[in-house]
Design a protein around this ligand. Structure first.
Ligand code: NI
Length: 173
């Protein structure tokens, strides 16, 4: 298991549409394991493959909030959105590729996704609450879309400038 380096916005790889995973190989299994550990280490509740520079359609998430509850690591390969609710909800979002920046984003309250699991089988589930926000946020990453793309241009530019500054500082250290 290796912790992967998380790309920081702006990065051209975070703006690209990812390619489908061709087969659930041992390499994909190892990648998913690395991504989960990288996500827990960050810490975060979701991480998409392009965020670690792998341009393939998979993401991991675990939105269990309480320490009393068992962890629920999920790996979604080639996910598809099969249904979204008419009803919307607004939640504050952040992103491991945009550290320490948060903003409210409105999305469908419920989302249904179908994906391939590490077991090679098709799964389908309806997500609500934080799980719905996270699944949609991570799904967007696979299409080169970030949560700041939902914000006004001024707010987005302000955050992008902060991230450019952060990257310059990190490059110096
Ligand atoms: Ni993100």
């Amino acid at each position: 298991m290796t912790l992967r380096n998380i790309l920081i916005h702006p990065d051209p790889r975070l703006k690209k549409v990812c390619a489908p995973v061709e087969s659930v190989s041992p390499e994909i299994g190892a990648l998913a394991e690395d991504m989960l550990q990288t996500m827990y280490d960050a810490p975060g509740v979701g991480l998409a493959a392009p965020q670690v520079g792998v341009m393939q359609r998979l993401f991991v998430m675990d939105c269990v909030k309480s320490d009393d509850e068992a962890a629920k690591p999920m790996v979604l390969i080639n996910p598809e959105v099969t249904w979204t609710s008419e009803e919307k909800s607004t939640h504050e979002e952040g992103c491991l590729s945009i550290p320490d920046q948060f903003a409210e984003v409105t999305r469908p309250k419920l989302v249904r996704m179908r994906w391939l699991g590490l077991d090679g089988k098709t799964h389908e589930e309806e997500f609500d609450e934080l799980w719905a926000t996270c699944a949609q946020h991570e799904f967007d990453h696979l299409n080169g879309k970030l949560f700041i793309d939902y914000l006004g241009v001024m707010k987005r530019q302000m955050i992008t400038r902060k991230m450019e500054k952060l990257k310059r500082e990190r490059a110096r250290d």
